[in-house]
Design a protein around this ligand. Sequence first.
Ligand code: MSP
Length: 511
Amino acid sequence: MSFVITTPLYYVNDKPHLGSIYTTLICDSIARYKRLSGERVIFITGVDEHGLKIQRTASSKEVDPQIHCDEISNIFIKSWKDWDITHNKFVRTTSKKHEFIVNEFYNRVKKSNDIYMGVQKGWYCVGCEEFKDNPDNSPIHKCPIHQKTLEWKNEQNLFFRLSKYQSEIEELTNDPSFIHPKERRNEIINFVSKGLKDFSISRTNVSWGITVPDNQNHTFYVWFDALLGYVSAISLDKKHPSLLDSINNGWPADIHLIGKDILRFHAVYWPAMLLSAGMKLPNKVFGHGFLTREGQKMGKSLGNVLDPNLLLSKYGKEAVRWYLLKDISLGCDGDFQDKRFVDIINNDLANTIGNLLNRTSSMSRKWFNNRVPNNVELTNDNTLKKFSNETVQNYIKHFNSYELDLAANVILKLAINTNLYLNDKQPWSLIKDEKNICTVSSIIYNVLESTRIIGLLLLPLLPDLSSKIDMQLGSLYKKDISWNEQLYWGKLKHNSTLPAPKPIIEKLEYE
Ligand code: MSP
């Protein structure tokens, strides 16, 4: 059994922006956490390369669409490398393997008698690649997300019989474990309760897409094509990819992590398509919030994006990861503010965690011959041990519920409390009297042990910072031993050597 997690497949109309990095970083942390917890993980990401939006982007640049797609896809691949994303699969919807799967899937759905020819009329947003209709039937001419004028379409298309799956989708969306967060589930329940309408799955005016096998002048609607990327990613057989191969190798997905803008596709259209094809449904769809800038969705079409490469070179991966994962609660929108960013990194990482490591390691080295103290007194002082054990439990509970911000916050709380413990115990005064040496040993041991656990808990969220902390404590983390077991109190070895302290994170300057 594998734990299968997916990011959306990103449109290649432009290079990645901070919004796409955001979703991918969340998945990366969850994937790292699951691996550390001993699960076999298939982490899928990739690009969505077909459709009108991409066709127009390529034509405006006067390049062949495939060349355009290759160029942007390579930028995505490079970017995921720069951000140390640990995906196992990178899907491209222009690959032969993917095309194979789309065709097979279409044939299955057709066999279920769920495809028919009809006329599609309506207002279309090319940015969303979606028909827009107002719930109250009043005219809508601008896309609320992209702020672009909608286009009127009236053409013969193939339709998928979504309406047939009304009761199954109602049951699915009513299940509290399927859509997260709760508020988003209510939006979808409301949408489904109005009655599901069949939707068109082909286009006659879009050449940049997969040709429908039995209707050569139609290409598949980009969403009908792209959603299948989650399945084609899993098929291992390159020569003869098949749905069965994907099923045998891990389908269904445990979680589709997406932005709230594309929840309907994942929580309604996609499950109905899978039901029609006789395939298992994903276990969960999590619609996270938007990153905003001045309150508006950050997006390529709106032109208000933050360049992730600039952030990366200016502040480094760990700072950006911490800000996005700790400061934004998964599911809520989050406004990116430079000053807040700098303050959070300086307070949490440099002042609280960095300082804690520095001061304890320095004290230990100075008073205990560059080592972890070994003459530890058995005391009744279990304050930190108790707090650390509670932290580990809460952290696991939060991570398992995809509350990454809360998981990050409990780590921070442990660091704050460890600093307070140190201030309260004042080992620097106690050490002045020889007879206190055992008490001081215990205090320092407790603080170092708490710091070791803080470092380990950071591993899925801030992998680089975590290994720097580990190095400063004498490289104690063992990859071949269960991570969960290493989170138990008391694993820090007495008398082990502590290397000379080096700052683990630089303070940032606000410009
Ligand atoms: N290609 C489709 C998805 C197909 S999945 C089979 C698509 N692509 S997209 O590039 O426009 O956006 C994909 C995702 O990027 C969003 O759902 C969201 O996860 C992420 N984000 C894009 N802009 C974002 C923000 N401003 N903030 C946070 N995430 C955002 O839709």
